[in-house]
Design a protein around this ligand. Structure first.
Ligand SMILES: Nc1ncnc2c1ncn2[C@@H]1O[C@H](COP(=O)(O)OP(=O)(O)O)[C@@H](O)[C@H]1O
Ligand SMILES: N[C@@H](CCOP(=O)(O)O)C(=O)O
Length: 305
C-alpha cells in the first residue's frame, strides 16, 4: 500500500507575527510518496538536486517518520520518496513541507491514528532539526491550509483564521538564507514602544483577516522588530517593497526568514504586475530569481492520485 501527497509551501510570520502567523500557498509544493515496509526504520529517496540527507536522523521527514513509528508502537518501517520543489533555505517553508508532509503521510499509512495537534507536534520535531527551534508557524498552515495563528506552543493552541480571497506574489532571489542563521542574528530583547506597535499590528492583521478588511490587512503588515534586522540579508529589500506598494499591493515583507519576499494583492492583475516589478529589480541586479503568482491554499497537505 502506498500514499502520495502534495505538501504546500508556506509564508510564515506574515510580517508582524514572528513565529505565530502563517499561510499556505497553492504554489510551490513538494510531492511525497509513502510505503509501509516490513523492515523497521525509515528509508529516504530524494528526487531532486538539493543534496538533502538520506540518513533519516538528519532529514526532517526522516525524524518525523521515526517519531511517528515509535509513537504508533508498530514493528514496521516506512519508505518515503521526496520530490522536492520548494528550495531549502528559501523562506518558503521547505523544511516544514517535508516535516508536515511526513506527519500526515505516516498518519494516513497507519490508519489515521493521530489527532490534529499530534500531527503538528510530530512535525515540530522536524522543524527542531532544521532550525534548532520547535516553531509551528509554517507547519500548521501546511497541514491545515489557509491562515493560522499559533496562540501558544506550550500548551499547543492553534487558531485557524479566516482566509480572504487574496493573491500572493512571491519572489525568491536565488541566495540561501538558513532559518537557523536568520534566527541567530535577532536581538533577544525588545523595547516596550516597539512591542506596543507590534502587538497593535498583529491584532489589526488578525482582525483584518477575520472581517475581510483589506485596507486593515495592508496597513497592519508592518514589522518594527524583526524586519529591520533581517532585511539587511536581502538585496534590494526596501526597493522591492516600496515599488510593489506603489503598484497597488496591499502590503507584504520577508517570507519566513527570507530571502523570499511576498506581497498580498486583492486583484490578479495587481499580483501579476507586482511579480513583474520583483523580477525586474532582481534581473537589473543580475540576481537569478523565481517569481510565483499564486493564491492561498485552503486544503493543506492533501492526498493525490
Ligand atoms: N527534507 C528536508 N527538506 C528541506 N530541508 C531539509 C530537509 N532535511 C534536512 N533539511 C535541512 O534543513 C535546512 C533547510 O531548512 P530552513 O533553513 O528552515 O529552510 P526553509 O526556510 O526553506 O524551510 C537545510 O539545512 C537542509 O539541509
Ligand atoms: N518563524 C520562523 C519562520 C521560518 O520560516 P522559513 O520558511 O524561513 O523556514 C522564522 O522567522 O524564523
Amino acid at each position: 500500500m502506498s500514499i502520495k501527497i502534495k505538501s504546500p509551501g508556506t509564508v510564515a510570520n506574515l510580517v508582524c507575527g514572528f513565529d505565530i502567523l502563517g499561510l499556505a500557498l497553492d504554489k510551490p509544493y513538494d510531492i511525497m510518496e509513502f510505503e509501509l515496509i516490513d523492515t523497521p526504520g525509515v528509508v529516504i529517496e530524494n528526487r531532486d538536486d538539493f543534496n538533502l540527507p538520506t540518513d533519516p536522523e538528519n532529514n526532517v521527514a526522516g525524524v518525523v517518520l521515526l517519531a511517528a513509528l515509535e509513537k504508533a508502537g508498530i514493528n514496521k518501517g516506512i519508505k518515503v520518496v521526496i520530490e522536492k520543489h520548494i528550495k531549502p533555505g528559501s523562506g518558503l517553508g521547505s523544511s516544514a513541507a517535508s516535516a508536515a508532509g511526513a506527519a500526515v503521510g505516516a498518519n494516513k499509512l497507519l490508519g489515521n491514528i493521530f489527532s490534529r495537534d499530534e500531527l503538528v507536534q510530530l512535525a515540530m520535531i522536524g522543524e527542531k532539526l532544521a532550525t534548532g527551534v520547535k516553531h509551528a508557524d509554517n507547519i500548521t498552515p501546511c497541514i491545515l491550509g489557509g491562515i493560522t495563528l499559533i496562540r501558544s506552543i506550550h500548551p499547543l493552541d492553534i487558531v485557524p483564521l479566516a482566509s480572504p480571497d487574496l493573491y500572493v506574489t512571491v519572489v525568491h532571489p536565488q541566495i540561501e538564507v538558513r532559518t537557523s542563521d536568520a534566527r541567530q542574528i535577532l536581538r533577544k530583547q525588545v523595547y516596550l514602544k516597539d512591542a506596543i506597535k507590534q502587538w497593535g499590528n498583529i491584532a489589526g492583521l488578525v482582525a483584518g483577516f477575520m472581517s475581510n478588511d483589506k485596507d486593515l490587512i495592508g496597513r497592519s503588515m508592518e514589522d518594527v522588530i524583526i524586519e529591520p534586522v533581517r532585511s539587511i540579508l536581502i538585496p534590494a529589500f526596501d526597493e522591492v517593497k516600496q515599488k510593489c506598494k506603489e503598484a497597488g499591493a496591499l502590503g507584504g515583507g520577508i517570507s519566513g526568514s527570507g530571502p523570499s519576499i511576498f506581497m498580498l494583492s486583492d486583484a490578479e492583475a495587481t499580483a501579476q504586475k507586482v511579480g513583474e516589478i520583483m523580477k525586474s529589480v532582481y534581473d537589473g541586479l543580475g540576481i537569478e530569481n523565481y517569481v510565483y503568482v499564486t493564491t492561498i491554499n485552503k486544503n493543506g497537505v492533501e492526498e493525490i492520485a
